[in-house]
Each structure stands twice: as C-alpha cells, then as structure tokens.
Design a protein around this ligand. Structure first.
Ligand SMILES: [Zn+2]
Length: 376
C-alpha cells in the first residue's frame, strides 16, 4: 500500500468508527420512539447530501423506516438493508460505547449499527461515483421484534422490490448464509377451574395441566431431534420462553395459565406442518395463537460475491446455515435473492456486544468492490 492508500484507509476507519459510535449513543429501542426517530434523522442527514437520491420515510404501527433510491428508480438492481433497533437493556445508561483491543464495545455495535455505518458510507461512495448506479438502501427499526412492520411492511404493503438484496446481519466475514431456519412463535393458553389449594380435587389446575402438555410437546421434539443424523443440530427445536398465570395467591389453584413457545425448524418442515404437530400434541383444550409464523429460507448468494470475499480477505468463502431467522425471509418470499455476511462481531444482544474495527474496513472493501463490479 502507498502512503496515500494508508491515509485514506485510516480516514475511512475513523469515519466508520465515529458514525457507529454516534448511532450507538442513541438508545433506539421500542420503548423510546423519540430516540428511534433521532437515529433516523442522523441517517437522513447522511443520505441527503446526495441530490439525485430520493429519501422516503414510512411508518407502520408507529414503527418508522426509510428507503433511499436514485430518483426515478422503482426497483433497484441492489437493495442494501439494515436495522437500527437494538435489544432493550434494563439500564438506559448502558447505551454507550468504548474501544478496546481494536473493537467497539457496547449494545448495537455488532447487531447492527456498525454494519449500518458501513452501508451508509458505501452507499455514498457508489452514488458519488455515478448518479446512474442502481443502488438502494432500506433502514428499518423492528428487526429484533419480528420485522413485520419494517421490511415486512415495505415489501408486502409498499411493494418495495429489488433484483438482489444484501443484509449484513448474519454469517461472518468469510461466511455467507445460505439457509435459515423457519420460526413459529405461539402463545398457548389453558382455562381450568379455580379452587382452594387445600382441596385441589375441586378444581382443574391450569398451570399444572399446561406444564404436562408442554412436557409432552418437548418430548415430541426430542424424538424429531434423535431421528436427525449428524451433529449440526439442523433439526426443529422448541423452547418455552414465558409462562404466566394471573394468580397472585399461594393457596389458590389457578384457573388460567398461558405460555409462549419459540419454535425453530429447517426445511422441509413448514409453518403449517409444525403448527399441526403442536396442535395435535397439546390437544383441543389448549388454545393456540400464532404470534409469528415464518417459513425456512433458502438464500442464493451470487458467485461474484463469494469471489470478491475471497479476493479481499485472501481466505476461502464458507457457505453456512444459520439457526436464527432474519429479515431475509420477507425478501426471499418474493423470490429476491439475499446475500448475508458481515464483519466480525461477538456477544450479540449483550451489554458488551462488540464489532472488530479492522474487519469493518475489510467488509467495506468487500461491499465496495462487489457493488463497483455490479453497478458501475
Ligand atoms: Zn440484527
């Protein structure tokens, strides 16, 4: 590298770090809509410096999102997607960042404000080079809570389309996601009969009844898991994540109880098949409401993208499966191929979440090179 290369690389690194940390300072969590709006203002400021770009703002169920595309372009060749919502932490003072060992630490660094900063910088770089580049960007704010009012709303209600999408919210620097598990979130409830706990035979204990049904459900998932060959855990899982009763009395048999299940499943399982299975095991007495039902996704990363990753990093590209789901499912449901990889990140959803700074620069170069080849 020449001296000018080094200087410009340092400047790029400084810009990416500063923008990431500015975004991280704003607690853009669902309970703070004003802060969420402030994060969008910051992003808009970055996009509005380009005059041939249309910045459109949307809102669904009070959840804001933004799409920026070149004027007159309805369906960009490439749409880059990111989200600025972060996981809620009990202490609002934890929304700060610090730099240590070449990493930015703090909530939202890895998921995904660091990546959003890269998207904004690379978007500006491409559009400064050519006002004809068919590149769009979509920023949403409900990925962590399901994505229905973010990418889901933009794609399903606003008809936002693209030839290809890029979402730096999964995989790793050399790891591109090719398959994601489906998601079924359900609330299940049972109505029993209340009684004094000294005479339990007079009532039907809803909590105990629900626990029994759920234990049976868990056992049925263990059967599916034990039938799976290999140790990649690419099988359906079922977790009871909440369980409640309105009862406040130690000596009362609760009349009602409910629980929330988080079920993940790979293809060829489908939402319909899994739902039918859960219903069958829980029985007709247990009422079931679906909160989220998302099919497993098969993504199709472009060969050029894989090649660019190898060229920039000097390492082979690994195609990997992801146990978690992402916003990609809304796009792939419309046949839009999605490419998912990201910088090096860790401790996601924790207060000490981090992103590696050097890998941010490398990732920027991957995007810059790929977009240059495809669009310029
Ligand atoms: Zn994310």
């Amino acid at each position: 590298m020449t001296e000018t290369d080094i200087t410009s690389e340092n400047m790029l690194e400084d810009r990416l770090v500063a923008l990431t940390r500015d975004l991280m300072l704003i607690p853009s969590i669902p309970t703070r809509p004003e802060d969420r709006q402030r994060a969008f203002e910051l992003i808009k400021n970055h996009l509005e410096t380009l005059d041939h770009i249309d910045v459109r703002e949307y809102e669904d169920n009070g959840i804001p999102s933004l799409v920026a595309v070149p004027k007159g372009v309805r369906k960009p060749k490439i749409l880059m997607c990111g989200h600025i919502d972060v996981i809620a932490h009990p202490d609002v003072a934890s929304y700060r960042s610090h730099i240590e060992n070449g990493r930015i630490y703090g909530p939202g660094s890895g998921d995904m404000k660091g990546a959003v900063a890269i998207l904004l910088e690379v978007f500006r770089m491409i559009h400064r080079q050519s006002s004809k580049a068919s590149l769009g960007i979509a920023i949403t704010s409900d990925e962590e809570t399901g994505g229905e009012s973010g990418i889901g709303f933009l794609v399903n209600k606003k008809g936002i389309r693209a030839h290809t999408a890029m979402i730096p919210d999964g995989g790793s620097l050399n790891q591109v996601t090719v398959e994601e598990k489906g998601i079924l979130h359900v609330r299940v409830a049972y109505q029993g009969v209340s009684a004094h706990a000294a005479r339990p035979w007079l009532g039907t204990n809803s909590l105990e009844h629900l626990m029994e049904r759920l234990r049976e459900l868990k056992a049925s998932f263990h059967v599916m898991q034990s039938n799976h060959e290999g140790d990649d855990r690419w099988y359906p899982t079922c977790s009871v994540t909440m369980m409640e009763t309105a009862n406040q009395q130690i000596n009362r048999i609760p009349s009602e109880a409910s629980a929330v299940l988080d079920i993940r499943f790979p293809s060829p399982y489908t939402v319909r098949k899994i739902k039918k299975h859960v219903k069958e095991i829980l029985g007709t007495e247990v009422h079931m409401d679906v909160i989220i039902g998302a099919e497993p996704t098969n993504l199709s990363p472009d060969k050029t993208y894989q090649k660019v990753i190898e060229e920039v990093t000097g390492q082979p590209t690994i195609l990997a499966r992801d146990d978690g789901g992402s916003d990609a499912r809304f796009l792939s449901a419309h046949g839009i191929p999605v490419m998912i990889s990201r910088p090096l990140v860790g401790n996601l959803h924790m207060v000490d979440e981090w992103i590696d700074i050097k890998s941010m620069v490398t990732f920027y170069k991957i995007y810059a090179e790929y977009l240059t080849r495809k669009l310029l």
